[in-house]
Design a protein around this ligand. Structure first.
Ligand SMILES: NC(=O)c1ccc[n+]([C@@H]2O[C@H](COP(=O)([O-])OP(=O)(O)OC[C@H]3O[C@@H](n4cnc5c(N)ncnc54)[C@H](O)[C@@H]3O)[C@@H](O)[C@H]2O)c1
Length: 352
């Protein structure tokens, strides 16, 4: 026997290209992906279901009642059952149409059914267009933590269609702005300054196109450096360490995801001041934006020891402890492990 070896190696080389389509050509791009397409759409979207189905030429549509509370494995099971009934096959394209809850959940169903079906995302909320539908993280909540069951399954096409935003309720504009603000804080540039003058109205949704594109671009750049979130992609979790814990502890849906991220950003900015010398003016500015947009700025009353315990189960926790995202300055995020409990307690007390 020559050259004995103790391992055999398989090098996985499959590359999935995700096209974020910024113009009206997205139906053609989706049509080109597969000869059979099935659609799962948020049942609350009314006329948008047939609007999309007509454009991508399919009448196989599941209208799914969905909410943050129902972003669960039980709902995934319903989607699997529908996949079974409609006879989807390995080359059937699954198209998810809705906000981030729907695209996360349907993306996860697509990632796992038949060990992976091709997926396309048609995000309809601001939050999903600038963040949730981009980058391939799909998944669902568990009773003990947010987004703890999931996969990396990039959508082949992500359609950024401004038309959807014309029907978006005000609370969802605010929620989306929570994530836009996060991206502006970690990236800086014109987006950060633009937030001073933003007006919350869907009347002319096309006016939001530059902001949507820029926020999407920030995410794409980070995902391209680090698809599996071992490094710089973690910066996108700014505001989320506290935000996810709040969503779980208060009960899913009590605060919207964007509202929770906004409150998380205030805490993580205050921690950044104490630990990384961030200028307090940044938090003052963020506070002013959040007040102007109608996002909550007062930390909800809750037992700190429960919050602390919840934080230890965060997705970013490692066996060596929890990794936080803080800012040294606008556009200069850093990863900071193991912030002491007393410091977090005192910052939250100040914000309550
Ligand atoms: N995968 C990721 O990388 C990632 C990133 C950020 C957030 N997320 C997830 O995204 C979710 C939040 O997404 P969301 O804020 O879009 O929530 P959502 O999907 O619940 O949508 C918010 C509300 O807006 C409604 N809606 C959506 N589009 C509409 C439209 N065009 N017109 C009228 N109503 C519309 C929905 O029916 C829903 O009631 C969270 O579960 C969060 O974990 C995922």
């Amino acid at each position: 026997m020559d050259n004995p070896s103790s391992t055999l190696e398989i090098v996985h080389t499959k590359t999935v290209v995700s096209s974020i389509v910024l113009d009206a050509s997205w139906p053609e791009k989706i049509l080109a992906l597969a000869s059979r397409r099935v659609v799962v759409v948020d049942a609350a979207l009314g006329q948008w279901a047939s609007w999309v189905a007509d454009r991508i030429k399919t009448d196989t549509v599941l209208s799914l009642s969905i909410s943050e509370k129902g972003k669960s494995l039980a709902t995934v099971q319903k989607v699997y059952e529908w996949f079974g009934r409609t006879g989807v096959m390995r080359d059937t394209l699954v198209v998810g149409v809705g906000g981030g809850v729907l695209t996360d959940l349907v993306g996860y169903a697509a990632a796992t059914y038949l060990r992976g079906l091709p997926f396309a995302a048609v995000p309809t909320s601001l939050l999903a267009q600038v963040d949730a539908a981009i980058g391939g993280k799909v998944g669902v909540n568990t009773p003990w933590g947010k987004n703890l069951v999931g996969a990396f399954h990039p959508a082949r096409v992500v359609a950024l269609e401004p038309e959807f935003l014309t029907t978006l309720p005000l609370r969802e504009w605010r929620a989306g702005l929570g994530e836009v603000m996060k991206s502006a804080l970690i990236h800086g540039g014109w987006l950060y300054d633009a937030l001073d003058t933003i007006e919350l109205t869907g009347e002319n949704a096309a006016l939001w196109t530059p902001l949507v594109k820029e926020t999407a671009k920030i995410k794409v750049e980070l995902v391209n450096q680090d698809l599996y979130e071992d490094g710089p992609r973690m910066f996108l979790n700014f505001g989320h360490t506290i935000g996810h814990a709040l969503e779980t502890l208060l009960g899913y849906g009590v605060l919207s995801h964007g509202e929770a991220v906004g409150l998380g950003a205030l805490v993580e900015l205050a921690l950044s001041e104490r630990l990384r010398g961030l200028d307090v003016q940044v938090r003052i500015r963020v506070y002013r934006w959040m007040r102007a947009w109608g996002l909550p700025t007062t930390f909800p009353r809750l037992d700190f020891s429960r919050l602390w315990q919840q934080l230890q189960g965060d997705k970013k926790a490692r066996s060596t402890g929890l990794v936080w995202v803080l800012l040294e300055d606008v556009g200069q995020p850093v990863l900071v492990p193991n912030i002491p409990e007393d410091l977090v307690r005192s910052v939250i007390k100040d914000l309550s």
